[in-house]
Design a protein around this ligand. Structure first.
Ligand SMILES: Cc1cc2nc3c(=O)[nH]c(=O)nc-3n(C[C@H](O)[C@H](O)[C@H](O)COP(=O)(O)O)c2cc1C
Length: 200
């Protein structure tokens, strides 16, 4: 039996991304987000234009996409309800958001110092990617932005790599943190071998 419903959100489950961006003073802001999907070497990011992150990406044209594994869930949750914006928007303040200039410290994460002109990477994240902004557009009104970024350099922890094919992630070793309808989940065990995997 299916019901016709009007869901307030359609967050069916996507990996969490910690985005590092450069603030105007050269410090690194860090923010969790999960409206992200991937195509070849590009990624689409869905984020509020009123976040410090989007303001920083539109100004600097670059960001670092850090992918946390499921065991970093407590660190990610400590970043919830924080913003790198000193002037916290009124509606966010009413939701309990606070200005936090020291996101790494609050989360208990370590900054891997950025290469020249780049924000710091999150040392604990098994995947860290430099990305440049290619395009941006409004989604569902003027407040939300879809940012198309292109990955230009990628760091991966040995622990998630396929021992025989060193430039490939072993999906059995990669345990992403998933956000589904604003709750945190991990992945279950592999269900069966994939026929598509055989041709890649
Ligand atoms: C796990 C998690 C996922 C989130 N996903 C998104 C998202 O996909 N898009 C978005 O605009 N905000 C998302 N948020 C809220 C942002 O983190 C929030 O707007 C934050 O204030 C942004 O920080 P900034 O203002 O320093 O950039 C998410 C928050 C959490 C904790």
């Amino acid at each position: 039996m299916h019901q016709i419903v009007n869901p307030s959100i359609l967050y069916f489950g996507t990996p969490v991304v910690l985005i590092s961006t450069l603030n105007p003073d050269g410090t690194t802001n860090l923010a969790p987000m999960s409206s992200a999907w991937w195509l070849n070497d590009s990624c689409m990011l869905g984020m509020s234009r009123r976040s410090q992150t989007v303001q920083n990406i539109l100004r600097e044209g670059r960001c670092v996409l850090n992918l946390p594994s499921a065991d970093l869930v407590d660190a990610v949750d400590r970043l919830a309800l924080t913003t790198g914006r000193e002037d916290v928007p009124e509606d966010k303040a009413q939701m309990g958001y606070v200005y936090e200039p020291q996101k790494f410290g609050v989360a208990g994460l370590s900054a891997a110092p950025g290469e020249s002109g780049w924000p710091d990477r999150v040392a604990e994240c098994p995947v860290q990617m430099h990305a440049v902004l290619e395009d941006s557009r409004d989604v569902s009104g003027p407040t939300l932005a879809a940012l198309e970024v292109r990955i230009v350099q990628t760091w991966m922890d040995d622990a998630i790599l396929n021992p025989e094919r060193r430039h490939h992630v072993d999906p059995g070793r990669w345990r992403p943190l998933i956000m589904s309808f604003t709750e945190f989940y991990g992945l279950g065990a592999q269900l069966r071998p994939s026929r598509l995997a055989a041709v890649f």
